[in-house]
Design a protein. Sequence first.
Length: 504
Amino acid sequence: MANPLYDRLFGAHAGQGTPFLYLPDGTVISHREFLALAAQIAHVTAAIGLKPGDRVAAQVQKSPQALALYAACAQAGLVFLPLNTAYTVDELTYFIENSGASLVVCDGSSQTTLAPVAEKLGARLETLNADGSGTLMDQARGMPTEFNTAERESGDLAALLYTSGTTGRSKGAMLTQDNLLSNAETLVSEWRFTKADVLLHALPIFHTHGLFVATNVALMAGCSMILLPKFDLDTVIDWLPKATAMMGVPTFYTRLLGDTRFTRDLTAHMRLFVSGSAPLLAETHVQFETRTGHRILERYGMTETNMNTSNPYDGERRAGTVGFPLPGVELKITNPDDGSDLPRGEIGLIEVRGPNVFKGYWQMPEKTAAELREDGFFITGDLGQVDADGYVHIVGRNKDLIISGGYNIYPKEIELVLDEQPGVLESAVIGVPHADFGETVLGVLVAAPGAAPDLDGIQHAVQGSLARFKHPRELIVIDELPRNTMGKVQKNILRDRYKDRFAG
Ligand code: MCA
Ligand code: AMP
């Protein structure tokens, strides 16, 4: 095949007038119309001079055109680099520089701030707004609606997705065409997606969940999607009766359960609810079934691996577990101290290997070597256990990570900013239970001798450099951080001390 990713996800629908996207305003975009948009954008990238393998960074609102940009990158052989719309200029500058992106596509509202960054880093800047307007589509409109698909191989890079780390800066996870295709193929089959499905899509499209799990599955199955700009409770409730399947983070499900309009009748037409990106409380699982008669299907994945495990479609969907390793994915539990295999039932590090596992971190061979073993097993950093029936349980994390509403937040990144603030001696950032987001960020500070840190000023400084979802919900000043005999901060003590603060 000339370009497996494009051919299988997009080219397979050439000439089809079948509905692909249902938009909230009633517009329907067919597969054929979508492919024409993608081809026109691919022509723009070629006219700019982009070549296969070049990186395209996109920080844009969710829209059919934004999805078509992803398709255009696949068709032109470009590496797609989607970015959270909440990222600040500081964060973006790093991603553009680190990836060496040749083209940056941003919302019109960021053009003025990003123009000097793009110019300095030698990247071309185009705009794409939520309504499809902007310089990208201005140029695309005059272009032919067919494009000569660039030759690519299954091992070639398709996407670069940045994920933070416990130390230092974010790392670009290199995902190949085959990583994406193999996972989409498996999920379509495991979750029984067909052309007849209508997937309610309310997730952001800059992360694995919304882009690769949801969108690639819909494309692979040839079904349609109700493309909502974001998760808005009223809109989701309005559209649910027209959908057959939905994918979401646990916050979607707890918000739905918090609304009396969410009933058995409303979901009668649905065949599948999938949850992932963060732990789904067993209690939510039970409440959901009592209310709707549906059992949520929970699965487990990572940016570096796409999806690793899933509860079964037909068998028992066991609350509090993430199901079985997907076909083709090997999963083992290892001793965190020496990497040796642990027997079934014991708790250890979850390691996975398979066609879904990424190629490594972009230009970071040491970080790659630290997490991706030579034999192909990836050390996830999640702590788990496999029960007697083979269900995988995630019991904790061996990495300092907070997951808020499905977004990953690495405390180190916030601590680095807090530690620099006037009057602050040191800081510890922790995740505490939160009724809506699952976990939320709390910043614990120790004042420099004789100083009284200006907490409002510190929050202001954080806002300038970090995305909104990373901001500590509260800053607390204490006398000293609890440490063990080795001098390591005991965050578990802090987490326990403040566990009821936002539990609701
Ligand atoms: C928004 N805010 C948040 C979050 N989202 N703060 C913390 N955590 C968040 N997740 C901020 C807003 O900017 C706003 O700030 C304030 O919190 C309240 O916003 P609200 O209206 O409640 O939020 P929302 O706009 O309704 O968004 C909540 C959300 C959204 C719907 C849960 O965060 C979301 O769609 N999350 C999904 C994330 C996702 O797709 N993750 C998958 C990663 P202000 O009031 O100041 O404006 S991929 C992954 O993890 C792996 C591979 C996997 O397994 O899937
Ligand atoms: P990301 O780096 O955004 O890809 O997030 C991956 C992390 O999300 C995993 O390492 C897990 O810690 C967490 N995660 C994803 N799905 C689940 C789940 N179903 N239950 C618990 N944690 C999950």
